[in-house]
Every structure is written in structure tokens, then in C-alpha cells.
Write a protein that binds this ligand. Structure first.
Ligand SMILES: [Zn+2]
Length: 96
């Protein structure tokens, strides 16, 4: 369980899925995993499509090496390679 007040939506996704590279998840599974790690994360903010190439992508990560998911089909996403998921949190720790 983490305190997520300093983390962006993208950081929460990245932290949860950085070690789950190449695995496929449904939107429901993604929501469940996020809420297990970040109980304060509102379900309405869990929009994996925001972090994948899709018709409603809205996160800065889409199209960059930090993009978290590839959309498999409607409602299913595959996590991209974990090396690409270094979040600001982990980068900050490395700099210290
Ligand atoms: Zn993102």
C-alpha cells in the first residue's frame, strides 16, 4: 500500500504495472490491481485507455517509450516492456 498524494495518475499505473511486463489484463483486473496498491485511487480515474494507443488517449505517455499499455482489443491491454515503465517516483529515488 502506498501514499499516492504526490503521484500522478500515470505514476500510479506505472508503479503497479512496471513489474508486470507483457502480461495481458482486462480493464476490471487493472482497476482491481490499482486499488489494491492505491486504495485512494478513484475508480473513475482508472482509464487504461488513457495510457495506450486508443481513440481516447489523453496521457502524455502515449506514443512515447513510457507508454504503459498496448491495447489488445476492446477492454484488454497488454503491459509494455517493464524497462519502459520507470516512473518519476523511481527516477527520483535513483537521483538521491
Ligand atoms: Zn500514462
Amino acid at each position: 500500500m502506498h501514499e499516492n498524494s504526490e503521484l500522478t495518475n500515470h505514476d500510479c499505473f506505472a508503479n503497479v504495472f512496471r513489474e508486470r511486463g507483457f502480461r495481458k489484463f482486462s480493464t476490471a483486473q487493472i482497476g482491481k490491481l490499482l486499488q489494491e496498491e492505491y486504495p485512494n485511487f478513484s475508480l473513475g480515474s482508472i482509464l487504461p485507455n488513457d495510457h495506450a494507443k486508443g481513440n481516447a488517449a489523453s496521457c502524455w505517455c502515449v506514443g512515447t517509450p513510457q507508454q504503459i499499455f498496448n491495447k489488445v482489443r476492446r477492454g484488454f491491454y497488454r503491459v509494455r516492456q517493464y524497462q519502459h515503465l520507470e516512473s518519476k517516483l523511481f527516477q527520483a529515488e535513483w537521483k538521491v
